[in-house]
Design a protein around this ligand. Structure first.
Ligand code: SF4
Length: 251
């Protein structure tokens, strides 16, 4: 893994993503290295030659820079993050996400956090002091073996469910992002989420060419069809809604 400490020019960026005003990415690259990661397009702009997941630029000045940017920024909702995981393993050492949260808290900007890691619980003390915050865990299947094929380095599914449980118990608004829909069975997945999420978002596999090889090699071709995404997506939606959990379909 090639780790570089860099000084970013800006860290709070306006975004056109629906529901958010800004996005904030404390790192370039991601140590989780998910095989289907759409954010790997970043390499085109950053000039990295290493495979996705094998490099990380740490924006060491992000918290200071953010404090300055916040002096002039109109208050709004900040998405953390859109092209990296804010709680990837290096965050344990660098605490860049934590520093950024402290800056946002100072100005009471609203935050929407999305991660695959229980490391987010380290910052529970900060989450609790925001007037408006939502914390999401991405969970793409109920099956740990399938997870390993597509997300070899991300934390286990069970640890993410426990993270949601803790957040909910501490009265933090939670959501699950089921995206991309990996091979899964709806019933066990829905059961896992019972009582631990306020909301669910569902998305299909948007960049199938990146992972076709994994599907074919493992005899999973049937799970990469439009029919699979449409049928399983709707099945999940109905099951969650029956349990009173609102669902947003992103496809
Ligand atoms: S955790 Fe998110 S940003 Fe990181 S590799 Fe996986 S999909 Fe990409």
């Amino acid at each position: 893994m090639k780790v570089r400490e860099i000084f970013a020019k800006a860290v709070l960026t306006k975004t056109a993503i629906s529901g958010f005003d800004y996005c904030l990415n404390p790192y370039v690259g991601c140590g989780h290295g998910c095989r289907y990661c759409y954010a790997s397009f970043m390499k085109r702009f950053t000039g990295h030659k290493e495979p996705w997941g094998e490099f990380i630029d740490v924006k060491v000045n992000a918290p200071t820079l953010l404090k300055n940017q916040l002096k002039r920024a109109k208050r709004g909702i900040v998405a953390i993050s859109t092209v990296t995981d804010p709680y990837q393993p290096l965050e344990k050492k660098y605490k860049i996400t934590r520093g950024c949260l402290e800056a946002l808290l100072g100005k009471q900007f609203s935050v929407n956090l999305l991660t695959r890691s229980p490391l987010c619980l380290r910052d529970l003390d900060l989450f609790k002091r925001f007037k408006k915050i939502e914390v999401g865990l991405t969970i793409t299947t109920h099956d740990e073996a399938i997870k390993k094929l597509f997300e070899p380095r991300s934390p286990s599914i069970s640890s993410r469910i426990k993270t949601l449980e803790t957040l909910r118990r501490e009265r933090i608004k939670t959501y699950a992002f089921i995206g991309p829909l990996l091979p899964l069975k709806p019933a066990p997945l829905v059961k896992m989420f019972e009582g631990v999420v306020d909301e669910v978002l569902i998305d299909r596999m948007n960049y199938p060419n990146m992972v076709k090889g994994i599907y074919y090699k493992n005899g999973l071709d049937n799970y990469l069809t439009d029919d699979y995404f449409n049928v399983i997506g709707m099945d999940l939606k109905e099951r969650f809604e029956k349990k009173g959990i609102p669902v947003t379909m992103i496809f």
